[in-house]
Ligand binder design. Structure first.
Ligand code: ZN
Length: 515
């Protein structure tokens, strides 16, 4: 006997409306968790930490329950034929495709694991905030060993796979694998190492003009002017101070960024603000119809990072940007910069050097830091490197790859939060993919609209911003990263434009070996 349930008598339209409501609830639980996280990183007193960890875990548990609700799966099954009858780039067709992918990924991961990992993540993160300043790797070792176990356990939910890191990479940069990332990195490394070596063998740029002191309030004022000039909408965002700068989204009307200020370093606040504003322009630019659905955010970690790096480096560290802004910066800081010519300032903000800290690294050596981390985390997950041997392995790799090694673990393997937030693997490759794509997208924009560099030198950022919004931002996560890159640039991801960009820019600042 067949029982007619209300769900089978509903129209496809009803089912799509139901689907959207459910997806909005899942999305809102995520945004609510983001509000708690933003508050924790900005204004929460330290006494709030234990309850906040519990509250965030509760929200992620609720979100996971909804994301794995069998009724959601039935709805996705029911609307699938209709979605497949639509053109592949139709919003609804993309929505159903991405919602299904998310559902299928989510049901592989038990709720018990999600809760256990969320609790572990808070514990490990809190331990790291104490262990790093104390340079205490021994205190982090058990947490790191557990994090390796957690990541391996997580990867197993997606078995079979070719490589243990593949599910973690695919979660952040869909379509990429350990093998494809390695091949990309090997190619880029072959280009970068001789450029970095040639530059580092020459006299270092003098960046004493950036040491200030530059009063905090004036720096924040200038950062605000720079980010609003490039198009960050303050009616739908705000800038606050945190220890680690980030961008977070609560809705299409509220995309916030944070920065940090050092009075003895002009670059810190400005470039971290531009970086996070790049992420925020992307999120503010997603079409309103997509927000509150699984399409309502950037396409992948790498594509996201392409926008932060594009605005921070390709625009923010360009000569044209400073032809426009430098006179007003000199007026704001006359005692510090009046006697410093633009060329000296430009060389200073583009200083290349062998350095210990990834987040402070210049454009040329930055990717070598990323490759080091990708290599080590892969070895940890493969079991070829034991956690106890990580500090020594780190020092050895730093010395061979970058030419300098840290004296302690604080500026060595304890420096990045990524491994101490509960995950090992999948968190680093996006940075270098971002640099590669930033140059590829920028080259495509300039090919379509050759006046962009001159416009930037006049302080006109809207043409570049509009091009990026039209071709990338408004689509949100509608397209897979590889598909988006192909649509926007007419080819697959490739290192050519990035290497050309680095050679042209740094060839103007240093003598480089010929290609
Ligand atoms: Zn970023």
């Amino acid at each position: 006997m067949t029982i007619t349930t209300p769900s089978t008598s509903r129209t496809t339209e009803d089912k799509l409306a139901d689907l959207r409501t459910r997806l909005l609830e899942i999305s809102d639980l995520g945004y609510a968790g983001a509000v708690l996280g933003w508050d924790q990183a900005t204004y929460m007193p330290t006494g709030g930490a234990p309850a906040r960890g519990r509250q965030k875990a509760m929200l992620s548990r609720l979100a996971h329950e909804r994301a794995t609700d069998p009724e959601l799966g039935r709805l996705l099954d029911d609307v699938q034929p209709f979605a497949q009858s639509l053109p592949p780039d139709d919003d609804t067709a993309c929505l159903v495709r991405v919602a299904r992918r998310n559902f299928e990924r989510a049901i592989k991961v038990p709720a018990e694991f999600v809760a256990r990992r969320s609790t572990f993540s808070s514990v490990a993160y809190n331990a790291w905030t104490r262990a790093r300043p104390a340079d205490d790797f021994a205190a982090m070792r058990p947490h790191l060993e557990r994090a390796v176990d957690f990541s391996r356990e997580y990867a197993q939910f997606f078995a079979p796979f070719e490589h243990i890191t593949d599910p973690l990479i695919d979660g952040a940069d869909e379509g990429m694998t350990t093998v494809s990332v390695r091949a990309l990195f090997d190619d880029l490394r072959g280009e970068l190492v001789p450029i970095a070596k040639a530059i580092c063998d020459q006299p270092m740029a003098d960046d004493t003009c950036l040491r200030g002191p530059f009063p905090e309030a004036l720096q924040l004022e200038f950062s605000m002017r720079a980010i609003t000039s490039i198009g960050y909408d303050l009616a739908r965002g705000r800038l606050d101070k945190t220890h680690h700068p980030f961008c977070t989204k609560f809705s299409d009307g509220d995309v916030r960024i944070t920065t940090r200020v050092r009075e003895d370093d002009f670059g810190e606040a400005l470039f971290s603000s531009l970086h996070e504003a790049g992420h925020a322009l992307y999120e503010q630019g997603v079409a309103g119809d997509l927000v509150g659905t699984p399409l309502g955010h950037g396409a992948s970690a790498g594509v996201h990072e392409s926008q932060s790096r594009l605005w921070e480096n390709i625009v923010g560290r360009s000569r044209g940007f400073w032809e426009h802004f430098y006179p007003s910066v000199q007026r704001a800081f006359p005692a510090q910069l009046d006697a410093v010519p633009l060329d000296t300032f430009y060389r200073a903000i583009n200083k290349v050097q062998r350095s210990l800290i990834r987040t402070d690294a210049d454009e040329v050596t930055y990717n070598l830091h990323v490759m080091l981390r990708f290599g080590l985390e892969t070895e940890l997950l493969e079991g070829r490197l034991a956690v106890k041997d990580l500090p020594d392995a780190w020092r050895a790799r730093m010395l061979s790859d970058i030419g300098v090694a840290p004296a302690d673990d604080k500026d060595g393997c304890l420096q990045d939060v990524h491994w101490y937030g509960g995950w090992i693997g999948g968190g680093f490759q996006g940075y270098t993919i971002g640099n590669i794509l930033a140059a590829q997208f920028h080259a495509a924009a300039v090919a379509a609209s050759p006046a962009i560099p001159q416009q930037i030198a006049r302080g006109e950022f809207a043409p570049l911003h509009d091009w990026l919004r039209t071709h990338i931002y408004r689509h949100g996560a509608k397209f897979k990263p590889a598909e988006l890159v192909e649509r926007v640039t007419g080819s697959a991801m490739r290192i050519g434009p990035y290497v050309t960009y680095l050679r042209a820019k740094y060839g103007g600042l240093y003598r480089l070996p010929t290609a």
